[in-house]
Design a protein around this ligand. Structure first.
Ligand SMILES: [Zn+2]
Length: 452
């Protein structure tokens, strides 16, 4: 395992005023900083650096998919600001994807966690940017049709960054008479159940909840890190548990016994104990994780957290009408319908009941007690930059002492901490007659209450 240190998160005390100097400062302290960094006064230099590495990237001992261009003086960072999660003072400058041509030997089907039939390309192995590629994604049947990719075609394959290789399209000029148009199967290739395609959707699904392929996908999803996070229960153990009939759906893992586990090949007593305690620990995951783990179609981890905060419990979510669900911003009718359907399915409800009986947490934790501390109930806003610490750290101190920190000044704001080059918040505070604190006064306040 190796590391390049590329940024300073927070420093206790003074640090250099620019990114470039900070990197050298870190290097002087013994941190590993990439020797290929460059600093330029204009975009021409950045362009040169980019093109140089676009050509030489394969000389590196590790893979890169582009450069990050950053503004140098920290004093500009706040003014540049952040859009969503993307800071304006740092931007990725990606290299074009690497492409190669090869032969499409066949198109096969993978069954996804929610039963989707996912076609993928089986390719004659080809080197794409130093990596041998023999499989590539084809998204869905519309994608295959739109690109007019046929089995036997010579196709263009590309890799960009860490993403799965993609088939860009066929090289039609190289097409021979021996190509075959791909037809999606009418039946699930694993269990043989006729597939369904809901109106308006591009994917076909295997509707059989007992489909072994789905059971495997669901189980591996359920135990994965973003879901119930059960350490030690990797794909191969999931496979064994299903194959041995010890588990039919994710809820069954909570009734596994030590005797059953020790009876499995290559499972020692110690690993069985570790696995059981990992399973036990997973009973107390936040509600959003459980909702995500349930594998509801179209419900990713972010939507799951949103649903958890809106409904507070599995039971309330299960009772919600399509209209109630669809009214939540970013949920929309498609997800609403899918969530509603999920809780109308008897086998899903059976799994949920079993999880409940096993003691898995089914509700959000009770709201935290009102904040305590010397600044309890006081609202702070910070404007401008503080010399002694980043704003986020200052806000953390405020919260530690029971106060709250927000971004905008309102009539309810109690204190505005004024740093260097304050913005419009200061004017607003003056307008409302809000009490102002200089950085020194703020530090004094923190010191007085023992925060620093
Ligand atoms: Zn199936």
């Amino acid at each position: 395992l190796d590391i390049w240190v590329y940024q300073l998160g927070w420093a206790d005390g003074p640090y250099p005023p620019t990114h470039w100097e900070t990197l050298h400062w870190l290097q002087d302290m013994g941190f590993r900083v990439n020797p290929e960094i460059g600093r330029y006064d204009g975009l021409e230099g950045v362009e040169r650096h980019y093109h140089q590495w676009a050509d030489r990237r394969h000389d590196l001992e590790y893979e890169i998919d582009g450069l990050v261009v950053k503004a140098d003086p920290f004093q500009h960072y706040e003014r540049l600001g952040v859009v969503g999660r993307e800071p304006r003072w740092a931007t990725a400058y990606k290299f074009p994807p690497i492409q190669a041509t090869t032969k499409l030997l066949g198109i096969e089907i993978n069954i996804g966690r929610t039963g989707t039939l996912n076609p993928y390309a089986v390719l004659e192995p080809v080197q794409v940017g130093g990596v041998t590629v023999s499989k590539a994604t084809l998204h869905n049947e519309e994608d295959i049709r739109r690109k007019d990719v046929r089995v036997g075609d010579t196709v263009i394959v590309q890799r960009a960054g860490d993403v799965i290789p993609q088939v860009v399209g066929p090289v039609v000029s190289k097409r021979t008479g021996r190509v075959k148009v791909f037809v999606m199967p009418d039946r699930c290739p694993v269990c043989g159940t006729p597939v369904v395609r809901p109106e308006g959707e591009v994917m076909r699904y295997c509707p059989n909840p007992a489909c072994p392929a789905q059971a495997f996908r669901w189980l591996t999803h359920f135990v994965s890190r973003g879901a119930m996070d059960i350490e030690g229960l990797g794909e191969s153990w999931c496979y064994v548990l299903l194959e041995q009939g010890l588990v039919k759906n994710p809820a069954d893992i909570y009734s596994l016994t030590k005797e059953q586990l020790v009876g499995l090949e290559r499972m020692g007593e110690k690993s069985a104990e570790n696995l059981l305690s990992a399973i036990e620990a997973s009973k107390d995951r936040p509600l959003g994780r459980l909702i995500f783990a349930l594998g509801i179609r179209h419900v990713g981890s972010e939507i799951a957290v949103l649903l958890a905060s809106q409904f507070g419990s599995i039971d309330a979510l299960a009772r919600a009408s399509v209209e109630e669900l669809a009214a939540i911003p970013t949920v929309g009718p498609r997800i609403a319908e899918s969530v509603h359907q999920y809780f109308r399915d008897a086998s899903n409800l059976g799994v949920i009941e079993k999880l409940r009986r096993a003691g898995v947490r089914m509700a959000e934790e009770i709201a935290a007690a009102p904040p305590e501390g010397p600044l309890a109930g006081l609202r702070f806003v910070i404007t401008g930059s503080l010399a002694s610490m980043p704003r986020s750290k200052a806000e953390e101190f405020i919260r530690q002492l029971g106060g709250s920190a927000s971004d905008s000044v309102t009539k309810k704001t109690d204190y505005v901490v004024v740093g260097e080059s304050p913005g419009s918040k200061l004017r607003k505070a003056q307008q409302y007659g809000t009490r102002l604190l200089s950085e020194q006064e703020f530090l004094e306040l923190l010191r007085q209450h023992g925060a620093i």
